[in-house]
Write a protein that binds this ligand. Structure first.
Ligand code: COI
Length: 372
């Protein structure tokens, strides 16, 4: 019988000596890891094996392993926070888990009981809780990952898989720290297309993005903003969803705009949280919240008319990142920032709303889940 993922079967193999916490100023995003990792094997024959939490370290795979040849790989990005009352919380983890299952289904990897994986992550965090950084903007980045591990060169659905979770203590994602970033709009390559897998968190979506990102970096930009189609719709940034704030002076309303979930856009947890909070907290007589197509030409024209107020990116790793400039066709679309600030006022409010929920300073629905 095919066994379900079962957290009660976990074996915990602790490290001998727990490592010392890394001071916040020495954290480098995703380069330092905690003492333990979670590992669970799956076979088509028997289902999920008993989970193991064990010392962090390499595992060996056969050179014929299908992940190395055909990219049977998917991942998630989540964060654990120390709340103000000294508990460890996850932010809307069920959203990451269900997205992980959708990614798995798309590339023929096994699905799992999402609540069981949340429990296992809680147990992993319990082992390494001394390594979760404290302080606003600091957290433990959690990377649940699944790979196909069938050893065969023939192309087909994997009959073996490995699910693992590693954790990295982190501060800001960008080297600029908590400051605004510059994007270059990319129209010579396409990140995702209708009917493709741009809305899935597959490793294969990320590798092809690096070359355009390097090209943008060579001109002084931090990331690139992907455009789509002849209309040059703004879609997302390689590691973030993207939001624009416009002012409609004739109607005296402001509009918060992000690209619609049409299958080409990653269904970001932070994206959804921003839309939900904006709809709940902004005055609807003053604000329109839109998931709609918006072209880079609209952004440029409205910037020229003084109607582009703010631009920011959102993601688990990058949180809410203000954007100060977009390079396009050799020119630059400047984005106003508030006097003496690194972001506009709405960006600042939204970043604070999210952070307050993550660190347990305020409550919104059941978004903050105490797990350890
Ligand atoms: C995240 O925001 O968690 C991501 O997965 C982006 C990443 C590729 C760093």
């Amino acid at each position: 019988m095919s066994q379900p993922l079962d957290s009660s079967k976990v074996t915990i193999v602790p490290t001998g000596t727990p490592s010392a916490p890394i001071p916040n100023e020495k954290l480098r995003f995703g380069k330092q890891f905690t003492d333990h990792m979670l590992q669970v094997e799956w076979t088509a024959e028997n289902g999920w094996d008993a989970p193991v939490i064990k010392p962090y370290g390499p595992f060996s795979i056969d050179p014929s392993c299908c992940v190395l040849h055909y990219a049977f790989e998917l991942f998630e990005g989540m964060k654990a926070y120390w709340t103000v009352d000294d508990q460890i919380s996850l932010f809307r983890p069920e959203r990451n888990m269900s997205r992980m299952n959708k990614s798995a289904a798309r590339i023929c990897l096994p699905e799992f009981d999402t609540e069981e994986l949340i429990k296992l992550i809680g147990l992993l965090l319990q082992q390494d809780k001394h390594l979760i950084p404290k302080g606003e903007g600091y957290s433990l980045y959690i990377r649940p990952t699944m790979i196909g591990t069938t050893n065969a060169i023939g192309v087909g659905a994997p009959d073996r898989a490995l699910l693992f979770v590693i954790c990295s203590p982190v501060g800001p994602y960008y080297k600029t720290g908590f400051k605004s970033v510059k994007l270059e709009a990319t129209d010579y390559a396409t990140r995702a297309w209708p009917g493709g897998v741009g809305d899935k968190k597959l490793g294969a979506n990320y590798a092809p993005c690096i070359q355009p990102q390097l090209r943008a970096a060579s001109k002084g930009y931090h990331q690139n903003l992907w455009l789509f189609g002849p209309e040059k719709y703004v879609t997302e940034v390689g590691t973030m969803n993207c939001f624009f704030v416009f002012e409609n002076k004739t109607q005296n309303v402001k509009e918060l705009v992000t690209a619609p979930l049409d299958g080409t856009i990653l269904e970001g947890v932070t994206r959804d949280s921003i839309l939900t909070l904006a709809r709940a907290r902004l005055d609807p007589t003053e604000w329109q919240i839109s998931e709609r197509y918006c072209s880079i030409f609209e952004v440029r024209e409205r910037a020229q008319r003084g109607e582009l107020l703010e631009v920011f990116g959102s993601g688990t790793a990058a949180t809410v990142s203000p954007i100060e400039e977009i390079g396009f066709e050799g020119g630059s679309i400047p984005v106003p920032l508030s006097e003496g600030e690194q972001s506009g006022p709405l960006t600042k409010d939204i970043a604070r709303w999210i952070m307050e929920i993550q660190y347990g300073k305020s409550k919104f629905q059941d978004w903050s889940r105490i797990v350890a």
